[in-house]
Write a protein that binds this ligand. Structure first.
Ligand SMILES: Nc1nc2c(ncn2[C@@H]2O[C@H](COP(=O)(O)OP(=O)(O)OP(=O)(O)O)[C@@H](O)[C@H]2O)c(=O)[nH]1
Ligand SMILES: [Mg+2]
Length: 268
């Protein structure tokens, strides 16, 4: 083993000496670098390899390592509108088509006591048949903004509760205690809007019902296991989840996005 390493070093040394030629090697010798000496040669080669590796890696975008802000929620809630406000602040916030793909971008965050930074934002489609897209993104979430339409809630409450239960219970979120903000969006729609407290209590109750069915499905091997924290078998409480869950009223149209900005700034 040692001998084969030695012979490789010898071969590389003689190739390098041949390539550089006597002009360069003698020049280096005059400044005290003897490439004919094994130890000097090995140290020099290692230094060159480390230097090249560093040069190649230093400008690589750091975003692949960074954890992201995940926008999840039912279709039509306003995720893409919020995504645009986070990634291109001030763009017009109306008239998006339902998303069929995942949108990715970066938000420029500037908050007290933290450096100005670019944080990846992932906007997932809310259409039920596209929920599977979250499988690839839950693992890299630094925080989750779960967006719902506070003006169109009761007709779709079961779907919202189902998706929220899935997000809160997925091991990628629960094990790391990834914080979740429920953005009760479209507050600008006046009388149609439900209060945040009503939304919280109704969702809690509905998830409680869904949770019982889910447990039976899990036992029958028909659904993957969710980790919803220390829940009572009879009811569900957001406070018993592994993640912290907070509710806030928001409106893209009225520019009421401060709760989202301060939440993402705190958790990224
Ligand atoms: N009135 C009002 N409309 C909003 C608000 N936010 C978004 N919308 C509108 O609601 C509609 C749906 O918004 P999207 O951002 O496309 O919804 P989404 O959650 O991305 O929906 P999917 O892509 O299907 O999951 C669009 O017409 C938006 O302009 C808001 O705060 N107030
Ligand atoms: Mg969308």
């Amino acid at each position: 083993m040692c001998r084969s390493v030695d012979s490789i070093v010898d071969s590389v040394q003689s190739i390098v000496l041949d390539v550089l030629g006597p002009g360069v090697t003698n020049g280096l010798l005059r400044v005290g670098v003897d490439l004919g000496d094994r130890t000097t040669f090995v140290v020099l080669i290692c230094t060159v390899i480390i230097g090249i590796t560093w040069l190649l890696l230093k400008d690589r975008p750091a975003t692949s390592k960074k954890r992201s802000i995940l926008l999840v929620g039912p279709s039509g809630a306003g995720k893409t509108a919020i995504f645009h406000q986070l990634t291109f602040p001030g763009t017009e916030a109306v008239g998006f088509l339902p998303s069929v793909h995942v949108n990715t971008g970066e938000a420029l965050l500037d908050s007290p006591k933290k450096p100005v930074r670019m944080v990846p934002v992932v906007d997932l489609p809310g259409y039920r048949k596209l929920w599977h897209h979250m499988d690839q993104h839950l693992g890299s979430a630094a925080c989750v903004v779960f967006v719902l339409d506070a003006s169109n809630f009761l007709p779709v409450v079961t779907e919202i509760a189902d998706l929220l239960m899935e997000v809160l219970g997925r091991p990628e979120i629960a094990r790391k205690g990834v914080p979740v903000l429920i953005a009760c969006n479209k507050q600008d729609l006046g009388a149609k809007v439900h209060t945040t407290e009503f939304l919280r209590k109704t969702l809690q109750k509905r998830i409680g019902t869904l949770m019982k069915t889910r447990v039976e499905l899990e036992k029958a091997g028909a659904a993957s296991k969710l980790d919803l924290g220390r829940q009572d078998s009879e009811s569900f409480l957001f406070d018993a989840c592994r993640s912290s869950v907070t509710f806030a009223p928001t409106s893209v149209l009225a520019g009421q996005l401060e709760p989202i900005h301060s939440f993402v700034a705190k958790h990224t």
